[in-house]
Write a protein that binds this ligand. Structure first.
Ligand SMILES: Nc1ncnc2c1ncn2[C@@H]1O[C@H](COP(=O)(O)OP(=O)(O)OP(=O)(O)O)[C@@H](O)[C@H]1O
Ligand SMILES: [Mg+2]
Length: 251
């Protein structure tokens, strides 16, 4: 089984606080991997370490066979990243924003590529509108277009459905679901909502307070928790367990 991400006791400390603790996980090529956990669990910190944007305090990671600490530029050129908050030029159109990214990355045959990418994220019809007039859902899709236009092999999407309405969420998840099939991409999708990620993820990891609590298919996690088909309950049980553990540590 080819792994596109592997972590070996990956750890991040800020001062005395350990925010990612001995994380061991693997993401398989061609899968959508849900990276779940409540606020402050360490999801973004982990993604930043995988991208070579934050240095681990201990342990290491391999991303597409590369070490992000030693080869950060190679990692960034192959891995797409949609951060929690994406910035755009509001006084440029969607097409102009995307063309700017293409130019920064010295992409070739750009005209066809721009149109193709805008169509993929269903923004072609509105490509000449100023981004300042875009809804949050449209902005998130433009963010995804900026990631995809660079033809990455692996993408990290940090809370891509945050703040979207139900229709926006469905559109975004539908789009994400197509990426492995149509573009051969591997996707890491972070979120604090299990029931959303469960719709598209092949496997999920549940993180809390920097520790990995569970890893597997949604069905297998539900079975382990003994509450089949009730995802809210599955999620709640993992966090209840975590709180009991946490209390034990504090004592
Ligand atoms: N630069 C930093 N300096 C100090 N502490 C930090 C720093 N970045 C993150 N933290 C802390 O690390 C912990 C994990 O944060 P992180 O942003 O990785 O969580 P998250 O799972 O992405 O949460 P969210 O769902 O809110 O985005 C938090 O307690 C946060 O306060
Ligand atoms: Mg985060």
């Amino acid at each position: 089984m080819e792994l596109v991400v592997e972590t070996f006791n990956l750890t991040k400390r800020y001062g005395r606080e350990t925010v990612v603790s001995d994380l061991n996980l693997g993401v398989r090529a061609g899968e959508i991997f849900g990276f779940l956990g409540p606020n402050g669990a360490g999801k973004t910190t982990t993604l930043l370490m995988l991208l070579g944007l934050s240095e681990p305090s201990a342990g290491e990671a391999k991303v597409l066979g590369l070490n992000p600490v030693k080869e950060p530029l190679a990692v960034k050129s192959k891995v797409g990243y949609l951060p929690e908050n994406t910035g755009f030029y509001g006084d440029l159109t969607a097409l102009e924003n995307l063309a700017f990214v293409a130019e920064l990355n010295s992409l070739e045959k750009v005209e066809g590529l721009l149109a193709e990418t805008l169509k993929l994220v269903s923004l072609y019809e509105v490509k000449d509108r100023l981004v300042s007039t875009f809804s949050r859902g449209m902005r998130q899709r433009l963010g995804l277009a900026e990631v995809l236009i660079k033809k990455p092999q692996l993408i990290f999407l940090d809370e891509p459905t945050l703040g979207l309405d139900p229709e926006g969420i469905a559109t975004m998840l539908g789009l994400i679901e197509r990426l492995p099939r149509e573009m051969g991409l591997s996707v890491v999708l972070s979120s604090h909502l299990l029931h959303l990620v469960a719709k598209v993820a092949h496997r999920v990891a549940i993180l809390n307070k920097g520790r990995l609590l569970a890893l597997g298919s949604v069905e297998s996690l539900a079975q382990e928790a003994g509450v089949e088909a009730n995802l809210e309950e599955v999620y709640r049980r993992y966090f209840q367990t975590a709180e009991v553990d946490g209390a034990g540590e504090a004592a």
